[in-house]
Write a protein that binds this ligand. Structure first.
Ligand SMILES: Nc1ncnc2c1ncn2[C@@H]1O[C@H](COP(=O)(O)OP(=O)(O)OP(=O)(O)O)[C@@H](O)[C@H]1O
Length: 267
């Protein structure tokens, strides 16, 4: 069975990426490097270009200029399923599953890794049955890792919002990614659910050695989890550094708070 988690993830390198929608430049020469095994946060005010950047990284959006490479392999012109097969999985901001059990959803995530064909699975040939059993065991491990172990056979519709959102995270992990793109993993959660998800993401990073790119408006979570932060504003990178460095950067304060470096109102 595919196990990419035993080797360190390759470097994800974003170079001078520009995306235009009609007259609007959503990303303007964005560059950053995600160090293997680190959590790299991408932050910025609404409309800064964070989701567009994720869409470029996952192949849903083709940039007008620039490149994205993973360990030297260019991802920029590849279809989303090819990028996923190379080990880049993502969660979506607003998708919360309500169908099937947790196990059903995670097995859907394993589907892309199945070697047995449709006919072999349908006919329950021995090789296909064994493979299915292995996938189910791994899905159960991933449920444990994401705090869903006690809900493995539960219908997703009966879970709390926080748990349902973590099903989305677990489904992405079922692809055995080396790079995980987390798009607002705690959006809409209450304080307890946010704390639990932060804990789970921290554990995942420690146990699986993944590189994680995190888009999140919850600054407490970003400051707690990120090693590096890139700040976008109107599609432009305006700051880069550790959480402590960007928190004190005058440009970042201006973008978020509308104040200049001296703390005076810019308006
Ligand atoms: N498909 C599209 N067509 C036209 N404009 C788009 C499209 N997608 C995004 N935009 C525009 O590109 C800019 C960046 O949007 P994006 O969604 O990437 O920002 P964001 O930082 O993720 O915002 P938020 O924090 O609100 O999710 C915005 O001005 C947005 O309106």
């Amino acid at each position: 069975m595919t196990d990419r988690t035993t080797t360190a993830p390759p470097v994800l390198d974003v170079r001078d990426v520009t995306v235009r929608f009609a007259g609007l430049t959503a990303l303007d020469g964005v560059s950053f490097t995600v160090t293997p095994g680190s959590v790299h946060a991408l932050i910025g005010p609404n409309g800064a270009g964070k989701s567009t950047c994720f869409n470029v990284l996952s192949g849903l959006c083709r940039p007008a200029a620039g490149t994205v490479t993973l360990g030297g392999t260019e991802l920029t012109r590849l279809a989303p399923h090819r990028i996923a097969a190379l080990g880049v999985a993502r969660t979506f901001q607003n998708i919360v599953t309500t169908h099937g059990t947790v196990a059903d959803n995670l097995m859907l995530g394993r589907h892309a890794l199945s070697r047995a064909g449709f006919a072999a699975s349908a006919l329950r040939l021995p090789g296909a049955v064994r493979e299915q059993r292995e996938h189910l065991a791994r899905a159960r491990e991933i449920a444990e890792l994401t705090g869903l172990g006690g809900h493995f056979d539960s219908p997703v519709a009966l879970l709390s919002y926080g748990d349902r959102k973590r099903v989305e995270l677990a489904r992405a992990l079922c692809l055995e990614p080396r790079v995980l793109l987390l798009d607002e993993p705690v959006a809409g959660m209450n304080a307890a659910e946010r704390a639990r998800t932060a804990e789970v993401v921290g554990e995942l990073r420690a146990e699986l050695g993944l590189s994680i790119v995190l888009v999140e408006h919850d600054m407490g979570l970003v400051m707690r989890l990120a090693d590096d932060v890139t700040v976008l504003d109107f599609g432009k990178p305006i700051a880069h550094g550790t959480p402590d460095e960007v928190r004190q950067d005058p440009e970042v304060l201006r973008a978020y708070l509308g104040t200049d470096a001296t703390g005076e109102d810019a308006a």
